[in-house]
Design a protein around this ligand. Structure first.
Ligand SMILES: Nc1ncnc2c1ncn2[C@@H]1O[C@H](COP(=O)(O)OP(=O)(O)O)[C@@H](O)[C@H]1O
Ligand SMILES: [Mg+2]
Length: 334
């Protein structure tokens, strides 16, 4: 079977002139960081001020770029228009914890409950979903700051984006309900209070209203197919294909725009001949079968096929080569 790429990455980018938020998802180790880096280089080369950001607790941008980009936005040496930023996960989580602590402290004071907040804070923050949410909020803060033309995020917040959008109507329901009961509680308290002093500021309610607005804004940006695209990376192998097939189904269901599929680490079959070791010939044949499966499954969504290089992808020179391949014109691959 022949893979005919009907729309390449360049075609897609040209047809989406307002593309601004680009994400890469897929199984661990398939090359998300490398391809996010390559895409960011491609946008920067097209004159767009681009931020390559990682919300991944296991960082690899500094390694990829051979330059320390941890903790703040750093211009990438050797490439104009490109900045990179590895978010400090620990700091983000600590900051979120402190905010929650403040809200709980305030509420306990407000409700005149004499209990230490520590236990509540602990139970509210001791789970992976909390960390994921903190990272997600950090990511949308970067998006909302609106300092760049294009944002490329290494590692799609897959579960979160899905949860957020799938639950957004439920979110609105309960946030509205909570706002309503907060209002009732405030009125009640006002009536009951002897001092009759003016209603005090309610940080919890401010937070809920603000949270709802932020999530609505995030949803609006993340479902706008002129601005947002999620790309999925696979290898010509069974598991990575299964993983992105599931992602694509979810994302389609929730109306999150899919940019397409990038196949990575394809062994160039012309480099394998009858004289090649059996091992190499076998790998090439197996990859060929999975390429057929990829064509059957994703068809017109495949935007690029990236070869398996002899070394890891490291440093801006090699990354620029990958960028050129990623953005190269349509090619026919057997
Ligand atoms: N096409 C390729 N050829 C050779 N090595 C690659 C290729 N793509 C990625 N790599 C290497 O594979 C490893 C995993 O890639 P990475 O981008 O970190 O994956 P992920 O972010 O999906 O976990 C890295 O060492 C990277 O340099
Ligand atoms: Mg990675």
């Amino acid at each position: 079977m022949t893979l005919q790429i009907s729309q390449s990455v360049s075609d897609f980018v040209n047809e989406h002139a307002d593309l601004k938020y680009v994400f890469f998802g897929g199984k661990g180790g398939v090359g998300k960081t490398v391809l996010a880096g390559a895409a960011a280089v491609g946008f920067a080369q097209r004159g767009r001020r681009t931020l390559l950001a990682s919300t991944n607790p296991v960082h690899s941008l500094s390694g990829l770029l051979d330059q320390n980009v941890f903790g703040h936005e750093v211009p990438v040496t050797g490439i104009d228009n490109l900045w990179a930023y590895e978010i400090d996960t620990k700091e983000t989580i600590e900051k979120s914890k402190k905010e929650i602590q403040e809200k709980i402290d305030w509420f306990l004071r407000y409700a005149e409950i004499r209990t230490k907040s520590d236990e509540f804070v602990e139970s509210a923050t001791m789970n992976p979903a909390f960390e994921e949410s903190a990272m997600f909020e950090n990511m949308i803060d970067i998006m909302f700051a609106d300092k760049y033309d294009v944002y490329v995020f290494d590692t799609a917040p897959t579960a979160n984006a899905r949860r957020l959008l799938g639950m957004s109507s439920i979110y609105s329901l309960w946030v509205n309900k909570m706002i309503h009961s907060r209002e009732e509680a405030q009125t009640m308290r006002f009536r009951l209070s002897y001092s009759k002093k003016k209603e005090e500021k309610d940080p919890l309610m401010d937070y809920l209203i603000n949270f709802q607005a932020r999530m609505a804004h995030a949803k609006q940006l993340l479902t706008d197919d002129t601005k947002t695209a999620f790309f999925f990376v696979t290898l010509p192998e069974a598991l990575p294909i299964a993983v992105i097939r599931r992602f694509i189904d979810w994302f389609t269901e929730f109306g999150i725009p899919i940019g397409g599929v990038v196949v990575n680490m394809k062994i160039d079959e012309t480099s394998a001949s009858e004289q090649s070791p059996e091992f190499v010939r076998n790998r090439v044949a197996i990859q060929g079968n999975y390429m057929n499966e990829i064509v059957d499954t994703f068809g017109g969504l495949v935007r690029a096929v990236i070869p398996l290089y002899g070394t890891d992808v490291r440093g801006v020179t090699m990354l620029t080569n990958v960028a050129n391949t990623l953005f190269s014109p349509p090619q026919i691959t057997a």
